[in-house]
Design a protein around this ligand. Structure first.
Ligand SMILES: Cc1cc2nc3c(=O)[nH]c(=O)nc-3n(C[C@H](O)[C@H](O)[C@H](O)COP(=O)(O)O)c2cc1C
Length: 732
């Protein structure tokens, strides 16, 4: 609901808001320029009487003097019955030059207020402001929900470039945009009389003026008593009419001043409504308060970018939504699949499961977890596939599930499959919550909840086998996430290790084929070290993912591959001859890279986990302190990147190289090396170091335990570091 509330007005009003925001930004910056060009006398330095006297001395018939919010003083007068306007020096009252309002400013102001379309345009502008208000509020709530609550609102954002851009810019601009939208709505309603603006109707003096001969304005006590900074407008008495008065408008009131005696005849204070309205106008325009104008202007500038990035996110999400063929109605299905998803990838897995079960003769219904029915008439089992967001929270399509489960009556045998990312502190946390809730409600569980890390098709296929055995149906779940467009690459380099220790491992480099043909891609797809490359072995639809040791700017795609016993893809890669081709695609992995800044980086890995870490070091040309802890078997047979790492230490890209070899006398593992170096690691953590761990699950577990012990004396823990993005894992 919140998402729909955020995206619908966003899409419909994107253009409207972009136009309002850009014109608003122009006006905000224009007011700053205006203000910077105005001389502002100190309070008490210049009176209204002095300015009026100086202007009157130049023009026989002065109509009025106006002081704008940015401090500019303008005099309007008649010369030989022709109207004129001049800018007045606020210190001396002397003329600076003719007042010629900028056509551009006037046009942009009209565009901002009414899109140059009169009342219809004013209504549209008001609706635009309202849509922006809905977007700001729903966006802030959505962000808080995604990041794990309001306390976590400043946590680093995650996801694709457009998601991060949308989140970071939104976080920066939300206060300014909300203020603009709220005050804009108010002003629109005031324009149409729905809210009062407190403007006093022009009234004649209540007390009759003396009618005696006029004094020069410089001698009028009421004008002498008012400081120029308080002036809004001073209207002069008309021509020869001795019964006419000065009308003096200040921030506080409107007064009539006798032109002969200089006495205040009467005054009308500005009511509360007027004061509120003026404050709203000031908050909307920032006029007279340049830091506010700057904030509003900068915030407004982000709106078109937010709209663009939001549009990309919306489009990608839509494009990723699968269509489910032969989806049976919930009440006539024997198997119910419920999906908890936010980015839609879990739906892709659900479609594969749906197709396999349907092929096996089941009547299958798939729907979002939020659609859990109180009971299912014919269902024999419920299969729940759910992602996790925020801090172990429900994804969008499962937000209502736990509530609905409370009300559900017909218990079904159920299996839960969690989708998540191991680098988050609460890995598959929501799947666990769901399992607990089902248990507490007494629903029979078919088998224990499984966890799928980073959309692993392999884990999904393995889970399918267990499910198949449980329900007596052979299930082959070959899930290929909407087969991505692949690029053909040629093997251009190979360095082999590990022959002696029976662990054949190779660093493989791939380049674009030399004779690609006219239509073939001439450039490598973009990637960075730490991203993943998916490789499809011939005859297989299941990609295998490898962490990249190079960036596309290196001109080659480099990976470290250990030959797995019976491994289809690793076997294929190890046997590939020079020039042999692979079909590959890139999957960005932005959460596993050194964060920006100068703080030290501790890189930890074992075996082929060195790949992305070596890539980070190779690109560390700014010599940020990087400390590598790496574990292998034997320095003689599998010291991957050995010569390069020594070179990096020499040229300063690597601050320290710490290795641990397990197959040498007195050797150990990388976590032992860390534990032995506790004081040094603690010191780095106190300097704000970020930790990146890459390698097998057992190694990562050992490293995590070693780290908990290292962090303890600092009053830190791993969960906190993970939530701050300071401890990240790429584990397989
Ligand atoms: C903002 C954000 C927060 C996430 N939080 C968690 C989390 O707390 N625990 C977890 O295991 N995975 C977390 N993930 C990973 C997703 O659950 C995982 O990528 C999942 O496969 C996405 O499925 P979906 O595309 O169907 O939404 C998070 C992902 C994002 C983008």
């Amino acid at each position: 609901m919140l998402r729909r509330l955020h995206s619908l007005p966003g899409l419909f009003a994107a253009l409207l808001i972009a136009a309002l925001a850009l014109t608003g930004a122009f006006l905000a910056f224009d007011s700053i320029v205006d203000r910077s060009g105005s001389t502002i006398p100190a309070t008490g330095q210049v009176s209204v009487a002095a300015i009026a006297e100086a202007v009157q001395a130049r023009h026989a018939e002065v109509e009025r003097i106006v002081r704008t919010a940015s401090g500019t003083v303008i005099a309007y007068y008649f010369e030989a019955d022709l109207p004129g306007a001049e800018l007045v020096d606020p210190l001396t009252g002397q003329a600076i030059g003719p007042h010629e309002p900028s056509n551009l400013t006037r046009t942009v102001t009209n565009l901002h207020r009414s899109f140059l379309m009169g009342d219809a345009g004013r209504v549209a502008a008001g609706l635009g402001a309202a849509a922006m208000l809905v977007l700001c509020v729903s966006g802030a709530m959505l962000l808080a929900a995604r990041l794990g609550g309001w306390v976590a609102i400043l946590r680093p954002s995650r996801g694709s470039l457009s998601q991060r851009l949308h989140c970071e810019l939104g976080r920066f601009a939300v206060i300014g945009l909300t203020l603009s939208a709220l005050t804009g709505c108010w002003m629109s309603l005031a324009t149409f009389g729905v809210l009062p603006d407190g403007a006093a109707a022009e009234v004649a003096a209540l007390v009759p003026p003396s009618g005696a001969a006029r004094l020069p304005p410089g001698q009028l006590a009421a004008l002498q008593a008012v400081d120029l900074s308080a002036l809004r407008e001073l209207t002069f008495p008309y021509g020869a009419d001795l019964t006419d008065t000065y009308t003096l408008t200040t921030a506080q009131d409107i007064a009539h001043v006798d032109a002969a005696t200089g006495q205040v005849l009467d005054f009308t204070p500005n009511g509360l409504a007027r004061q509120v309205h003026e404050t709203i106008v000031m908050l909307h325009t920032g006029r007279g308060v340049w830091p506010l104008a700057l904030l509003l202007g900068l915030a407004a500038l982000t709106a078109p970018v937010l709209a663009g990035a939001g549009g990309v996110i919306w489009w990608r999400r839509r494009a990723a939504l699968p269509t489910i063929r032969q989806n049976v109605g919930a009440q006539s299905a024997d198997t119910i699949i419920l999906v908890g998803s936010e980015g839609n990838s879990t739906w892709g897995f659900a479609v594969t499961l749906h197709a396999a079960l349907t092929k096996a003769g089941h009547r299958v219904h798939a729907g979002p977890m939020n659609s859990l029915a109180p009971r299912y008439a014919q269902a024999k089992r419920l299969l729940i596939l759910t992602a996790t967001y925020g801090d172990g929270d429900a994804p969008e399509s499962a937000k209502l599930f736990l509530q609905r489960l409370e009300r559900a009556s017909g218990a079904l045998p159920v299996a839960v499959l969690g989708f998540g990312d191991r680098s988050f502190p609460k890995f598959c946390g929501f799947a666990e919550q769901v399992t607990e809730a089902l248990r507490a409600k007494g629903w029979p569980v078919l088998f224990d909840t499984w966890q799928v890390d980073r959309k692993s098709a392999q884990t999904f296929a393995d889970w399918g086998k267990v499910l198949g055995e449980e329900i007596g149906t052979k299930l082959e779940l070959a899930h290929v996430a909407a087969r991505p467009k692949t690029t053909a690459l040629e093997l251009s380099g190979r360095v082999e290790y590990g022959a002696e220790s029976q662990t054949p491992t190779a660093i493989l480099s791939f380049a674009l084929p030399a004779s690609g043909g006219f239509w073939r891609r001439r450039r490598l797809p973009r990637f960075e070290a730490g991203d993943l490359v998916g490789i499809l072995a011939p005859g297989s639809d299941l990609p295998r993912f490898y962490s990249l040791a190079s960036a596309s700017t290196d001109g080659v795609l480099e990976i470290c591959v250990r030959k797995q016993p019976g491994g289809l893809c690793s076997g294929f890669l190890h046997e590939l001859p020079p020039g042999g081709r692979i079909e590959a695609f890139i999957r960005p992995n932005p959460s596993f890279r050194p964060s920006r800044g100068k703080a030290p980086v501790i890189l930890i890995g074992a075996g082929t986990g060195i790949g992305p870490l070596a890539g980070f070091i190779r690109h560390n040309t700014r010599h940020r302190p990087m400390h590598l802890y790496w574990g292998g078997r034997h320095p003689g047979s599998d010291f991957l990147y050995g010569p390069q790492l020594h070179q990096y230490v020499e040229d300063g890209r690597l601050a320290r190289l710490n290795t641990a070899f397990s197959r040498v006398p007195g050797g150990g593992y990388v976590q032992d090396r860390l534990a032995a170096d506790s004081a040094g690691v603690r010191d780095l953590m106190q300097q704000g170091a970020q930790v990146l761990v890459c390698g097998g699950r057992d190694m990562a577990g050992g490293v995590a335990r070693a780290f908990e012990a290292i962090l303890h004396p600092l009053g830190l823990d791993l969960a906190t570091l993970k939530s701050e993005g300071r401890y990240r894992e790429d584990v397989y």
